[in-house]
Design a protein around this ligand. Structure first.
Ligand SMILES: [Zn+2]
Length: 100
């Protein structure tokens, strides 16, 4: 696996996490997202959340939250997050040939 791909965090086989990584790597390719840490220039990120658990971004009204693809830099711990629905809808549109 080359350095421009996101890797799994732990040693345990996590099927859904691999699926998410596959989706996120596709999104990186579509949008030209660089796999480089803006803080330390590290080139290895790990997807956060074990197996089918998802990371979320919460807001303070206690009912609203957004599923995310959150990735941690393996070198310095910097976290970056992407809105999951934008990734998943964006890939669907890309695959059906609807470009913006
Ligand atoms: Zn870093």
């Amino acid at each position: 696996m080359s350095d421009d791909k996101v890797r799994i965090g732990g040693p345990v086989y996590e099927r859904n996490a691999y699926k998410k990584i596959e989706i996120f790597n596709k999104w990186m390719e579509i949008k030209g997202i660089k796999n480089e840490c803006p803080e330390c220039r590290g080139k290895q990120f790990s997807l956060m959340g074990k197996d089918d658990a998802s990371t979320v971004l919460t807001v303070d009204n206690k009912v609203e939250f957004y599923a995310t693809y959150s990735l941690a830099c393996a070198n310095c711990g910097y976290i970056k997050s992407f809105v999951a629905s934008m990734i998943e809808e964006g890939i669907k549109q890309e695959e059906s040939g609807e470009h913006e």
